[in-house]
Structure formats: C-alpha cells, structure tokens
Design a protein around this ligand. Structure first.
Ligand SMILES: Nc1ncnc2c1ncn2[C@@H]1O[C@H](COP(=O)(O)OP(=O)(O)OP(=O)(O)O)[C@@H](O)[C@H]1O
Length: 418
C-alpha cells in the first residue's frame, strides 16, 4: 500500500479533537450557560439587549458557549415575527485601538461573505487608516441602523484594545445618544483579568452590566469534556483507562483549559496512530500521553526561542543549569550571578542586571519560566523556575548550544530529570 491511504487504527474523526469543532453540548457549564441565557433573554422579549462581559482564562469555553447560545437564540428569535435579531462577530486579535475595532466591524458588515451584506452592499470597505475616529464611528452607526432590529456585537479577545476602550462605551450608548432606530447589545469576551480590572469606570458601568466568569476546569470536569470528544473521535477500545485521567490531570494542574487537554489527547492519539501504522498495538497508553506532553512542551520552548535573542537563550540556559542542580526556584539576584559566570565561560560579555530581568520576564510571558513570589525573612523577592520540563527545555536549547549532556548528567545525579 502507498504512503497515503485511509487506514486508521486509532482515530475515527480527528477533527472532533480540534479546537474549532463545536460539540453537541457543552459539558460542565450549566451554571454559566443559565446565567448567560438569562442575560440574553431580553432579546426575545423585544427589549433592549443587555451588554455582557465574559471573562476567564484561555480555553474554558467562553467562545464555544457564545456560539451555542447565539445559535439557539437566533433559532428562537425566528419564531417571533417582531424580533429581528442580527449578530456581528469580530475577533479583535490585532486590533489595538477602538478605531481599528470600528473599522473592522464596518468591513465585517460590508464583507461580501457576511449574511448582512445585502443591507450595506452599496458601501465600500474602509481603509484602516486616514479617517478621524468620529467619522469611522458614524459609518458604523449608519451601517448598524441600516441593518436595524436588534444587533448583538460580539467582540472576542477584546483585551487587545488595552486602555483605548472608547468603543465599549460609545457603542452601547449609540441608540440613546444618537436616537438610532436599532437596539444594540455588546458582548465582550476576554481572557485577560488585568484588562477587566483596568477598564475605565464608565466602560465598566456600561459593558459589564452582566458579567459572567468562566472559571478554569478541574480534573474531573476535564475528564468529562475529554470523554465526550474521545467517544466520537476515537475507535472503540483504543483508550487505556488511565489516558483520559492523565490528560485531565496534566491540564488541570497547569491551566484548567479544555483546549490544552484536547491538544494533549490529540497529540497522544497521533503518536499512537503512527506506532500502530508501523505495526504496533492499536492502543493509546499513559506513555503516549507523557511523550505527547514532552513534545508539546519542547515545541513551546522552540517557538518561544525563536523570539529570544542569543542573550535570552543564555538566560534560559542559566535557569536550566540551576534546575539541574535542584536549585530552582531561584532568586533573580542569584540567577544573575550564575548567568555572569556562564557568559564568562563562553567568552561573551554579560548584560546588565536590568536586561536579564527583562529576559526572565519575557521567558515567563512565553510560558517557559514561571515567576514565583516568595516572602523571605528580608521581605518579598522574585524567584523563577522552569514552567516546562527540564528535558524539553534542554532538547530545545541543544539546537542552539550543541551537546548539553553535562547538564543532563547533573540533573540525573540530583534526580530532577523528568
Ligand atoms: N465545557 C466544554 N465542553 C466541551 N468542550 C469544551 C468545553 N469548554 C471548552 N471546550 C472546547 O475547548 C476548546 C476551547 O474552547 P473556547 O475556544 O470556547 O475557549 P475560550 O475560553 O473562548 O478560550 P480563549 O479565551 O482562548 O478564546 C474548544 O474546542 C471547545 O469546544
């Protein structure tokens, strides 16, 4: 048989494990869905919609819940002649200002593929620069008014706009302020808790009329979510009993994200599938999950390293060396001292301490290091440790620094090599 054939031993439908798959029902979210549905109910009454703000860490079902409920709401709305519901969705990734959000909304409405296009097809898309904000907002209001009825504007990843949050104040008030003949409700979605805290008080009052928190999933909840997907995605009898609990436990410990748990199961299934293709047993085992976790972490470090300078890589190497000696979490001051020593050994000039702090902080933003706040006898200080396994960090660093057997041997001696 050739390289490409349809034979599969493990996966029945891999797409079901993908992020963009919409499950029949959302597991473990009854409370949040009830709260969310209550916030949307005024739409069906023909009343002015509430503005809703959803927040919670990444991968906890905010977007999936929104798609589910809006679909249901639209179906219900069709049963009432006096409810004309329209939904406009925008993922705000890449929009750093209210201006950009407004332009993108206008262009979304005017895009040939949007169901509302007929309403404003005569209007041209707008360029991203060159207008005053007021002009763009007016174009948006005109478009919204020509659509009419009730409009829910969903702004996913809204935290991208940072403190430039005018639109979140202006849009919900447009009807009353400008006497528009359209009912507008805004649904903001964010995984950035700081963004919510830093919203200006006037925006908080309008946008956060109804706030719904999506908490991280615990291991039990993740198990149920994974089982629901695995039942459809995998052939029967290919899962060993400890696979789903292990995927759930890894993800619950780290982030409580269903996305992370699904990615782990998908990767483990891939590895098992490849082995089965090569004549191995058609089973996903605990070992496959551990290997998948290792590969994902290594990939995370490799991707993070692309954005690191050589000095940033040295900082990571320093933390790895300390980790191999069982010395992490370690204070930034001591990390800096070790970093200087390593740089001298490599015949390279070390950076000033401030810059090394910046690299440590970058590495923690990339999820490679973790910042640990510690309170010591002499006050508070920052400590860092690896947030990925030592072996995956070393694997990734080896492509830059060559053989790192010495560090691995040290880690073995200290029994810290995972
Ligand atoms: N309760 C759940 N039941 C079934 N699948 C879920 C559940 N929660 C999340 N998922 C799945 O996890 C993945 C991520 O969910 P989703 O995109 O809704 O997360 P999110 O909170 O919006 O994340 P982000 O903030 O990163 O956009 C999707 O594939 C989704 O179907």
């Amino acid at each position: 048989m050739g390289r490409f054939n349809r034979e599969s031993f493990i996966l029945q439908d891999k797409d079901v494990l993908r992020d963009d798959y919409q499950p029949e029902t959302l597991e473990e979210r009854d409370e949040e869905l009830d709260e969310y549905a209550a916030a949307l109910r005024p739409v069906i009454q023909g009343w002015q919609p509430n503005n809703v703000f959803l927040y919670g860490v990444t991968g906890v079902g905010k977007t999936a819940a929104t798609h589910d409920l809006l679909e249901e709401l639209q179906k219900s709305a069709e049963e009432y002649d006096d409810v004309d519901l329209n939904v406009i969705e925008l993922n705000c990734t890449g929009c750093t200002t209210s201006y950009q959000v407004a332009v993108n909304l206008v262009n979304e409405i005017r895009s040939p593929s949007h169901p509302l296009t007929t309403v404003s097809s005569s209007r041209e898309p707008m360029s991203e620069t060159g207008y005053q904000q007021k002009r763009i907002f007016n174009e948006l209001y005109n478009d919204l008014e020509s659509i009419g009825g009730t409009i829910l504007v969903v702004l996913d990843e809204i935290d991208n706009i940072g403190s430039d949050d005018d639109i979140l104040y202006e849009l919900p008030r447009a009807r009353s302020q400008l006497d528009l003949d359209v009912k507008i409700g805004v649904i903001g979605i964010s995984n950035d808790f700081k963004f919510r805290e830093n919203l200006s008080p006037k925006v908080k009052d309008t946008l956060c009329e109804e706030e719904i928190l999506f908490p991280p999933y615990d291991a039990n909840e993740l198990r149920n979510i994974l089982r629901q997907r695995a039942d459809i995605a995998l052939h029967s009898d290919v899962l060993e009993s400890d696979v789903i609990p292990l995927c759930a436990a890894f993800s619950a410990q780290d982030s409580g994200s269903a996305r992370q748990a699904l990615r782990l199961l998908r990767k483990a299934a891939d590895i098992a599938e490849n082995e089965a293709m090569a004549g191995g047993e058609a089973k996903i085992t605990e070992e496959h999950v551990r290997e998948a976790e290792h590969q994902i972490q290594r990939q995370q470090v490799v991707e993070g390293m692309h954005s690191l300078t050589r000095q940033g890589q040295y900082v990571l190497l320093t933390v790895c060396q300390l980790a191999a000696e069982g010395e992490t979490p370690e204070r930034t001051k001591l990390i800096y001292q070790r970093y200087q020593k390593i740089l001298r050994n490599h015949g390279t000039d070390p950076l000033k301490r401030r810059r090394v702090h910046d690299h440590l902080s970058d590495l923690s933003l990339h999820g490679i290091l973790r910042l640990v706040d510690s309170t010591g006898g002499r006050g508070n200080y920052n400590e860092y440790e690896l947030d990925v396994s030592l072996s995956s960090a070393l694997d990734a660093l080896e492509s830059e620094f060559g053989d790192l057997t010495e560090i691995r041997e040290t880690a073995k001696r200290h029994q810290v090599l995972d």
